[in-house]
Design a protein around this ligand. Structure first.
Ligand code: PMP
Length: 397
């Protein structure tokens, strides 16, 4: 299948120009069908019984873990299903053994979901060091070299900024972490859906991402771990090998693998849908998806660069970024621009702080930005329409 052909699998682009995929992507028909099939034909709990439906559902649920591991090169690791990226990051923050004086290094560009869980650790006496980028939103590797000291327990950074789309040098940062003995967590919410990401190649300890931003259902996310480093956030049904109330101090023995971290009945249809989404992306090819998005991004950036009163944020080099394009128009509030794009041209974009209040403050953007975020179902014609409509709006300024 090629990218042009996949358009028929999405209904919303047939009447709206959806450019808010950094928030949540659309979902193709085969993914919807796979979830319906579970609910209609083999709905049962997983890992908890011997009857035919539970055995079949369990098999599919396990296969889903393998498929999702596969897309990030994580066969040797543990891929845990979570509700979203936020939950995955919080699981790491809550599951490590923090000591007074430990240090976390992160950046001013993080989504609140990759910032607040670390800031909260200040309550435990953990020092949180926040690195700042250059004017294009790229971090100098020297800044990490300086900040990652011997008492740094963890470094956490977004692979790609959800606010300005820039790609960060995660491999170089991983090398510094390895040298200093710090864990490295990569927030892959905006990278895994858009280009090939390989945990072995990066050399990280944790990779967190959301299924709903990569053609999967809402309520799905992933925590990949190099090893079972963290203590589970929740314990209960499905997480133990044995319970012996009079036995060990805890009275139970946790099982190994992903089950240790997935307490209670999971989002089974969500996992099956996410696995189907991964298969769909793989069929198209992550390289081909990235190339398609780069073409659209280049076109959008050069179109916007020629418009008076329009300011673009982040790197202008399509090699350094994904199709998350943030801009402002002088004297018009970002919310008004988003509203006008919808009213005039049925173009759906995001506006505001993008859950990145520290970055907006750092950039001096009190009202935030307008963010158009592109994905495989967007076309050059849609980008042209966006540019033309922004031209009209900018003339009003
Ligand atoms: N990190 C980044 C970089 C994101 O873009 C997002 C979603 N906008 C999140 C974390 C949080 O994802 P979720 O809402 O799925 O938990």
């Amino acid at each position: 299948m090629n990218i042009k052909d996949c358009l028929a699998d999405f209904q919303i682009p047939q009447y709206l120009h959806y450019m808010d995929s950094a928030a949540t992507s659309l979902m193709p028909e085969p993914v919807i069908a796979s979830m319906n099939e579970y609910d209609r034909q083999y709905r049962a709990n997983v890992g908890r019984g011997m009857h035919r439906l539970t055995r079949f559902a369990t098999q599919r649920y396990q296969d889903a873990h393998d498929k999702v591991s596969g897309i990030i090169g994580g066969e040797k690791g543990t891929t845990v299903f979570t509700g979203n990226t936020t939950e995955a990051i919080n699981m790491v923050a809550a599951g490590l053994d923090w000591q007074q004086g430990d240090r976390v290094v992160t950046t001013v560009m993080e989504h609140h979901s990759n910032l607040l869980p670390w800031l909260r650790l200040r309550q435990k006496g953990v020092e949180v060091v926040i690195i700042k980028p250059d004017s294009e939103g790229i971090f100098k590797i020297e800044a990490f070299d300086e900040a990652v000291t011997a008492d740094t327990k963890l470094v956490a950074i977004s692979h790609v900024s959800n606010a300005i789309g820039t790609i960060q040098p995660v491999r170089e940062i991983a090398a510094i972490c390895k040298e200093r003995g710090a864990y490295f967590l990569v927030d892959g919410a905006q990278s895994v859906p858009h280009f090939p990401v390989d945990v072995q190649d990066i050399g990280c300890d944790f990779l967190c991402f959301s299924g709903h931003k990569m053609l999967g259902p809402t309520g799905t996310g992933v925590l990949w771990m190099k090893a079972e480093i963290i203590y589970p956030l929740m314990v209960g049904g499905g997480t133990v090998d044995d319970v012996d109330i009079e036995g060990s101090a805890e009275g139970y023995t946790l099982t190994s693998g992903y089950k240790r971290y997935e307490a209670g009945t999971p989002n089974i249809s969500g996992a099956i849908g996410l696995a189907k989404a991964v298969k769909y992306l793989k069929n198209l090819g992550m390289d081909a998806i990235f190339r398609h998005e780069q073409k659209l991004t280049e076109h959008l950036l050069s179109g916007l660069a020629g418009i008076n009163n329009v300011n673009i944020y982040g790197s202008l080099d399509p090699e350094n970024r994904v199709g998350v394009v943030s801009f402002t128009i002088d004297r018009i509030h970002p919310h008004e621009i988003a509203y006008l794009l919808d009213e005039r041209a049925a173009i759906l974009v995001r506006s505001g702080d993008h859950c990145c209040i520290p970055l907006m403050k750092y950039l001096g953007l009190e009202n935030g930005t307008v963010r158009a975020s592109l994905y495989l179902y967007n076309t050059l014609e849609e980008v042209d329409l966006l540019i033309e409509t922004i031209k009209e709006i900018a003339r009003m300024a």
